[in-house]
Design a binder for this molecule. Structure first.
Ligand SMILES: [Zn+2]
Length: 481
């Protein structure tokens, strides 16, 4: 088998998390459980209806453009991309062709060609004759809840040469979409869909590219790229030509398969949509440079720098970046608050969130972090830091505070979990332990410093674990002076 140099370009579609659809006021909820509930005359393309552009969707694309340091367009233009398919009621898709909102830019070392805005299609489902019980010939159903949902398309330059770089790029983009609040970007839910254009060549001239669609996980993307590289290598080794085509990814068979030969742009007969007036971007206040720059502060790289300064570990940082719910909780409770929480308690909070809380959430998928639990969590961390409760008790209280919204102080008092740390509380115990351990006390006084730990242990036993060991140590040292 010969070696060829693979070249990969990536296309990513992401559903924007706006409140309403791209060209009408329908709720943007493509996952609504009942089909055809978020629909209207506009997104069903009834005759005589006119589209109205969603400014929030445009702003999100411009924010991404600013974050990747791309060139923002001077004016808006939407084009009709014409083709017939049952999931596209107008028989054209509103998209952008000649003038995307963003040109150029760079992310994770990968050069970006463009980012444009379009509308998503409806979702069709098909049953064949033997599965269907409503129609002897099988049937197809169309759900228009997704029709008209704002969809951004990002295209990279063909500058990637291996599956790892491709995967890393898409991961970084996913993080950015989430931290900037542009898209939920869950691949499993179809909120982010990846296509890879793959070609191989022995020379500097690019080979014939094959587009692989339906890559709905990072694993699928890596496997599909590896598969295409070896499939195309076999073809060229036999002195045959790779055909330009669109292929799908078969998860079960771990292989790509032919879907259709590739359309060319001229077959779509793009032309500017006459129903949508153009506007000059710089004339609109919400799209001003200042507004966009403010919105790009939370790019993943800035968050990494901020969290490193706080003293979080790299693992904790990546974990918070990957879990918007945890990060939001951390930000609201400890980072973005007007009160200074102190470095120690902030790090303590990050520890609990990325270990115990993350563990609880992944073991119980039905549980959700509610922001109303933030004050209780902050209080819990402070009680732990001040030594009012021990770490064992904190772990026990955590689910009650987070998911039953209980006040940690009240629960700790009711259940007698508060740590004894006042001198008055503990002095009786200290004296009792000293009296009943004459030999150990003598050893300590003779210079065997470690024996004091034994005394602390005895006092912990005596108080059934409710004493603060650090306070006990200090008190023993005082008493034995
Ligand atoms: Zn609608």
């Amino acid at each position: 088998m010969s070696t060829y140099k693979p070249t990969i370009g990536i296309e990513v579609h992401a559903e924007l998390n706006t409140k309403s659809k791209m060209f009408c006021a329908c709720k943007n909820d493509p996952h609504a459980s009942l089909p055809n509930t978020n629909i209207c005359a506009v997104c069903l393309a009834h005759p005589g209806t006119l589209p109205r552009v969603n400014a929030e969707a445009i702003k999100k694309v411009l924010i991404l453009g600013q974050a990747i340091k791309g060139e923002i367009a001077d004016f808006s233009e939407f084009d009709r991309k014409q083709y017939f398919y049952p999931d596209i009621p107008k028989a054209y898709q509103l998209s952008q062709y000649a003038y995307p909102f963003v040109k150029g830019g760079e992310l994770a070392g990968v050069a970006i060609t463009r980012v444009h805005l379009e509308e998503d299609t409806a979702r069709s489902s098909h049953t064949n004759a033997n599965e269907s019980n409503t129609n002897a010939n099988g049937h197809s159903a169309v759900d228009f809840n997704r029709a008209g949902v704002p969809l951004m398309e990002l295209v990279t330059e063909p500058v990637i040469h291996d599956a790892d770089t491709a995967s890393n790029f898409v991961k970084e983009l996913q993080l950015m979409l989430r931290t900037l609040g542009i898209s939920e970007a869950n691949m499993e839910k179809g909120e982010m869909r990846v296509e890879a254009n793959i070609s191989i060549s022995k020379t500097d001239q690019l080979g014939t590219k094959v587009e692989v669609k339906n890559l709905n996980s990072f694993k699928a993307m890596s496997q599909a790229i590896e598969f295409e590289i070896s499939r195309q290598t076999e073809i060229l080794d036999k002195n045959e030509a790779v055909k330009q085509e669109t292929r799908g990814w078969d998860e079960n068979k771990s292989r790509t398969f032919l879907q259709r030969s590739k359309e060319k742009a001229d077959e779509y007969r793009y032309f500017p949509d006459p129903d949508i007036p153009k506007f000059v971007i710089s004339e609109i206040d919400m799209f001003s440079r200042d507004n966009l720059s403010n919105a790009t502060r939370d790019i993943p790289e800035n968050i990494r720098i901020k969290y490193r300064d706080i003293g979080l570990t790299e693992n904790q940082i990546e974990m918070l970046l990957l879990n918007p719910a945890l990060r939001n909780f951390f930000e609201v409770g400890f980072v973005a608050t007007s009160e200074d929480r102190g470095a120690e308690s902030t790090r303590m909070a990050a520890n609990y969130l990325t270990s115990d809380v993350a563990g609880l959430l992944s073991a119980n998928p039905e549980l959700k972090l509610d922001m109303v639990a933030v004050p209780g969590f902050v209080k819990l961390v402070f009680m732990l830091q001040k030594g009012e409760i021990g770490s064992r008790v904190a772990k026990d209280l955590l689910p009650q505070v987070l998911f039953e919204l209980k006040d940690p102080e009240t629960v700790a008092k009711e259940q007698g979990l508060l740590q004894l740390s006042s001198t008055d509380d503990l002095m009786g115990v200290i004296l009792k332990v000293i009296e009943s351990n004459e030999k150990v006390v003598a050893d300590y006084k003779a210079g065997k410093e470690s024996s004091v730990q034994f005394l602390v242990g005895q006092a912990m036993k005596e108080t059934k674990g409710s004493a603060n060991p650090a306070v006990l140590l200090t008190l023993f040292k005082e008493a034995l002076k």
